[in-house]
Ligand binder design. Structure first.
Ligand code: ADE
Length: 243
C-alpha cells in the first residue's frame, strides 16, 4: 500500500516511521510512506500557506493553491488514490473504517491545520473527512499517525499473527477478554484457574464470557452491535459494574 502524507510538519512523522513495527513494514515494502511538505508548493515568497478567513473570524485558513498542487502531485498517474482530510468535523474513525481503508492500494492523507482548509479544495479534491474523536487537536498530524498505524497493522505481514487480529478488541464488536502471563501467582493474585486447565473448550467459553462482561461494564454502548449466540444467553453475567 502506498500512503502519501501531506503536512506542514513532516518531521513529526520520523518517530512513527522509525518505530519498530511500522519501520519494519516500510523496510519489507508492505507500505511505502511518502511525507510531503505542503509548504514546498507555496508560491508565496515567504512560503506562506495560510491566510485570513473571508467573513472574519478567529484564526487562519489553509490556502487552496498549495494543497491543490500537493494533492495533484501525489495523485499524478494514480487517479484512484483515496484522499482523506483529518478534521474534527469528519466522520468518526472506527475499526470498520480502518478495515475499509486497508483495502485501498493508495491513500493520501491531508493533515488539516489552523482553523481549517479552504472549502473549495475539500469539495474538489477530498474524498472524505475523518475525525479521531470528539476533541480538537492542534493539527491533523497525530490523527494521520493514528490512521496510518491502525490501517497498516491490518495489512498481511505487518503484525505477527493473524489470530491476534481476529481476537482483538472491537473485532466481533466486543472488547478483549483479560490477558495473563507468567507467573501463575503474582503478589498473591492468581491467574484464573480455567486458563491453566488445558481444557480448550472451557477456555474459549471463559474468553467469550469475559469479553461480554468487559464490554457490558466498560462500553455498554457497543453491545447493541454484537451478535449474541444462544450459549451467551445461558451464561450468568456476574457482578454489576465491576469486572
Ligand atoms: N484535527 C484536529 N482535531 C482533530 C481530530 N479530533 N480528528 C481529526 N483531525 C483533527
Amino acid at each position: 500500500m502506498k500512503i502519501d502524507i501531506l503536512t506542514l510538519f513532516p518531521e513529526m512523522f520520523d518517530a512513527l516511521l522509525g518505530s519498530s513495527i511500522l519501520g519494519k513494514a516500510v523496510e519489507r515494502g508492505i507500505i511505502e510512506v511518502n511525507v510531503v511538505n505542503i509548504r514546498d508548493f507555496s508560491r508565496d515568497k515567504h512560503r506562506r500557506v495560510d491566510d485570513y478567513p473571508y467573513g472574519g473570524g478567529a484564526g487562519m485558513v489553509m490556502m487552496p493553491q498549495p494543497i491543490h498542487e500537493a494533492i495533484a502531485s501525489v495523485k499524478k498517474g494514480c487517479p484512484d488514490a483515496r484522499v482523506i482530510l483529518t478534521s474534527p468535523r469528519g466522520k468518526p474513525f472506527v475499526q470498520e473504517k480502518a478495515v475499509a481503508l486497508s483495502r485501498q492500494s493508495h491513500l493520501v492523507i491531508l493533515c488539516g491545520h489552523y482553523e481549517g482548509v479552504d472549502q473549495r479544495v475539500i469539495d474538489s479534491m477530498v474524498d472524505e473527512e475523518v475525525s479521531i474523536g470528539d476533541y480538537v487537536l492542534t493539527g491533523g498530524e497525530l490523527p494521520a499517525m493514528v490512521i496510518v498505524d491502525a490501517v497498516a497493522r491490518l495489512l498481511p505481514g505487518v503484525i505477527g499473527s493473524l489470530k491476534s487480529l481476529e481476537e482483538e478488541s472491537f473485532t466481533g464488536g466486543l472488547l478483549e477478554y483479560p490477558q495473563y502471563t507468567r507467573p501463575a501467582e503474582f503478589m498473591g493474585m492468581k491467574v484464573p484457574e480455567v486458563l491453566l486447565s488445558g481444557n480448550h473448550k472451557r477456555i474459549e467459553e471463559w474468553k467469550r464470557e469475559k469479553a461480554i462482561e468487559a464490554t457490558r461494564v466498560l462500553r455498554p454502548d457497543l453491545l447493541e452491535g454484537v451478535q449474541f449466540t444462544e450459549c451467551d444467553g445461558k451464561r450468568p453475567l456476574k457482578g454489576k459494574n465491576k469486572l
